[in-house]
Design a binder for this molecule. Sequence first.
Ligand code: ATP
Ligand code: MG
Length: 373
Amino acid sequence: MYLQRLAITGLRNLQGVEISLGSGANLFYGANGSGKTSILEAVYLLSRGRSFRTRSLRSVINHQRRDCTCFGSLEDDQGLKPALGIGVSRGQDGEFVFKVGGEQVRSAAQLAETLPVQLLNSDSFQLLEGSPSHRRSFLDWGVFHVEHGYRHLWSRFQRCLKHRNSLLRHGRIDALQLAVWDREFVQISEQISEFRRQYLASFKPFFEDVCRRLGINLGYTLSYMPGWDQDSPLEDLLRAGLERDLKSGHSLTGPHRADLKIQVGGRMASEVLSRGQTKILITALKIAQGYLLRSSTGVQCVYLLDDLPAELDQRHRQLVGKLLQELEVQVLITGVDADDLQFAWPSSAVMGDGREKVLKVFHVEQGCIQAIE
Ligand SMILES: Nc1ncnc2c1ncn2[C@@H]1O[C@H](COP(=O)(O)OP(=O)(O)OP(=O)(O)O)[C@@H](O)[C@H]1O
Ligand SMILES: [Mg+2]
């Protein structure tokens, strides 16, 4: 499935935009402040029910308007499935409406299932340089889309963690109640850990292949750190760490503290890589997730690449373009300069089954988008 039609009203400087997208590469170029990132923000909103730039969606709504709406029509480029509408609207009063196929849906997770997106922007550097939560989100994106029970398991864990933390903060601890929550905590933690471990094991060969095709031969190693010492049972660690947990009012051991260690030649990748090398590594990680998703579920995600040319030399821009073409996904790419963008994408590409994907180019100017023939 790909996003064939995109309609945006009242989102930042995009007052009333309606465009028809191609199922392959879609390039958006234009001056600073013209609205390029806002287009990607609209697609992200459709997929996640939130922005990647701000926690408060109020700032996303155009200053002159009371609400913003994004609507997309998902189409199967092989014509096997009927088109599906997906929509999100948000009012100044905070009211949210998510719709899939004309029906209102309650959770943003249902949007994500319908339209999985992978975003690559300047914040993606956090995947290497930021806190472990960024790397957990990376892993969990993969597990969520591959393992259907994962979302439910994760919400059970959140509930359990909340209860345990509230007991810890309660002052006098009720040992019996704590033992009940600890039992559940251990059981779910081990399942989450196992899902993430299995995902990482399936991910590694795809990642290695993508690295090879991007010409990376630095020898990266990826290791999952589950959030507790694997040599001891989690139950014992919870008991031994109770004093510490009580003092902080939080559970300091468990899968909510997990990390994905990314190393190169025995050193942390974040400490040795240049800015461009970091971007290439992050791009490889995200593209490999798309390859794994396609291989394990047949689902294609949409890639949103904000200012792709930045930090990448011409060879890497071309290699990234080639990898995404071979993945046969829909890509929305922004950049200031048309030549920098067009350079890496042929005007049309033939897929494995003979279908042709035609490159689409759009000029963005003061919130208006014009398709370039
Ligand atoms: N709530 C809002 N209402 C109206 N305009 C807004 C709002 N929020 C941001 N803007 C404006 O919307 C425009 C679009 O910004 P956007 O980040 O999409 O531009 P861009 O084309 O990606 O620029 P750059 O090349 O600098 O990254 C900017 O001019 C910004 O000032
Ligand atoms: Mg931008």
